[in-house]
Design a binder for this molecule. Structure first.
Ligand code: GLC
Length: 533
């Protein structure tokens, strides 16, 4: 807390100073939770490296936890593309030796640098020339197992320096799944580490972090997670399932919505880990993600053509016209505009959107705009759709930081027809900006969007069940028809904009998880888990 006050004073931010003082008073009065010291470890953190929603979760969740008075710090690689000058990144520990368990190259030498993020959170960067600096991308290298083992073990070696010793290490997705594995085995007797509890968050169970197809792995290659972590340079480490190990060894495990937490217990969504998750159900939870309400605010968002809020919603229409112009489409308020924002990924159902619009655009004069890069096959499908319907389709199949907000503010409806969706952030952002989300009834989408009922006027979007063109087509027609009833449409928009998916609620849920992990740690250590003998 005092640390937050210090940061606020250094940044000369009146607002932050007041917040920090309020938190100190709250804590003194005994109304706040116990201060948690947490090291959150992950592959990407916004704004330094962002591939997907994951990076924003780490950034905003840590920000909110710090705002609540907890001492939460981040640990990530310093990729070569992270601008050190721009972010004031400075050296805190030179020459950190990270053991590899390999005889010929027994350790890799790293540095740890640090900065205070734009949102006031301390971030530690693990620096290594070969594995991070030289790489242009965050993911998808053949030696990813080494790169993430280095980050996981690097975090523990960093804690050993005593610079920051947390109560809890919070690791995320397969990349850092083995932090708890190392901690409970090779590092179990390290004096500074022996009391640390672990929380592991699954953002996406379908990527388990090894070179094999986890749903079709041979008996010989199957990793039950109980053997020692192999040496960094062996072929064996590439066959070790870091996701499974994160689930096995962490004191508490969660995923990013209650809906997905239930689904992954079934073979349909469990990615061959459903049985393990059922076994450890006692320590497995779901906490929905949020969005940052300061950053995502149509009233103040500088990227918008025209700002608005619930009381000035009529102004929103200017953004629709600006969007149509930006994508070179006929500028006409009465044409419904549908949008898709997000990675071009099989998971997200982009192929279903393209197939369905192939039919819809023959029957209806609607527009479809898209922004986001990824899979080249999906990008070509989009290009083909654009070539067939040039006056109805606008595409930008590349990553972009400003266009998404313009879509949220200008589209009537944002589609999110995922095959599966651990949480999803786009539907929350869409609602905040008054665009109706059209989502499939899965995971976090199911949990955050309520199907609109024209009779009662309740609901925040459109929800469909089956992953096929008929179901999506049906909902698209519903949107077109409802748009004709201006009163009901306004009601739907206001319902969506009145939702509160700010991080405050979920951050408090994470605090409970941290507390629980500390309780479970002692319990599991002594009695429960045969792994800790
Ligand atoms: C992954 C999931 C997405 C989730 C995000 C952040 O990208 O696919 O559903 O919102 O992680 O947790």
């Amino acid at each position: 807390m005092c640390y937050n006050l210090l940061v606020a004073i250094m940044k000369n931010s009146k607002k932050s100073i007041i917040k920090a003082l309020e938190t100190i008073i709250e804590t003194q009065a005994g109304t706040a939770d116990k201060v948690q010291k947490v090291l959150m470890v992950g592959a990407e953190v916004a704004p330094y490296a962002t591939v997907g929603g994951f990076s924003y979760v780490l950034s905003y969740l840590s920000k909110e936890l710090v705002r609540l008075g907890h001492d939460v710090r981040l640990f990530m690689p310093r990729f070569g593309f992270i601008d050190q000058e721009k972010y004031n990144i400075e050296m805190v520990y030179e020459g950190l030796k990270v053991p590899t368990d390999n005889i010929e190259i027994p350790y890799l030498i790293c540095n740890v640098k640090s900065a205070v993020s734009p949102s006031g959170v301390t971030v530690y960067f693990l620096e290594n020339n070969e594995y991070y600096e030289k790489r242009a991308n965050v993911y998808s290298y053949s030696d990813d197992s080494i790169r993430w083992a280095l980050l996981s073990r690097g975090a523990l070696e960093f804690i050993k320096t005593g610079i920051f010793v947390p109560d809890v290490i919070h690791s995320n997705d397969w990349h850092t799944g083995i932090v708890s594995n190392y901690l409970k085995t090779s590092y179990a007797k390290e004096p500074l580490l022996s009391d640390i509890a672990t929380v592991f968050t699954i953002h996406n169970l379908s990527i388990q972090g090894y070179m094999l197809d986890h749903n079709n792995v041979s008996e010989l290659d199957f990793d039950d997670g109980r053997s020692a972590i192999a040496d960094f340079f062996s072929d064996r480490i590439k066959k070790q399932n870091f996701m499974r190990r994160g689930i096995l060894y962490s004191d508490v495990v969660n995923t990013v919505s209650k809906g997905y937490a239930k689904e992954v217990l079934t073979p349909e969504y469990g990615e061959s880990l459903d049985r393990l998750l059922l076994e450890v159900k006692e320590k497995f939870f779901g906490i929905v993600n949020g969005i940052d309400y300061e950053e995502f605010n149509p009233k103040t968002d500088k990227l918008l053509f025209q700002n608005y809020d619930k009381s000035t919603l009529e102004k929103r229409s200017m953004n629709k016209l600006a969007l149509q112009e930006e994508f070179d489409l006929p500028v006409n308020q009465d044409i419904p505009v549908f949008g898709f924002v997000g990675r071009l990924d099989f998971q997200k159902g982009v192929d279903l959107i393209v197939r369905t619009f192939g039919h819809v655009l023959k029957d209806y004069n609607v527009q479809f705009v898209q922004v986001g890069g990824g899979d080249s096959g999906l990008a070509s499908m989009l290009k083909e759709l654009k070539d067939t319907f040039p006056l109805n389709v606008g595409i930008h199949p590349y990553p972009n930081f400003t266009l998404p907000r313009k879509l949220f503010a200008g589209c009537d409806c944002i589609m999110y027809p995922s095959r599966f969706e651990p949480c999803g952030v786009v539907q929350l952002e869409a609602m905040r900006y008054g665009a109706a989300p059209l989502v499939r009834n899965v995971g976090g989408l199911k949990e955050t969007v309520e199907n609109f009922d024209s009779l009662t006027g309740e609901g925040t979007g459109f929800v469909f069940n089956d992953f096929d063109e008929f179901s999506l087509y049906g909902q698209l027609v519903r949107v077109v028809e409802l748009l004709k009833n201006k009163g009901l449409w306004r009601r739907l928009q206001l319902n969506a904009m009145s939702q509160d998916f700010s991080w405050t609620f979920s951050a408090k849920e994470y605090v409970k998880l941290y507390e629980l992990s500390e309780k479970f740690r002692t319990k599991t250590l002594v009695t429960r888990n045969p792994l800790y003998n």
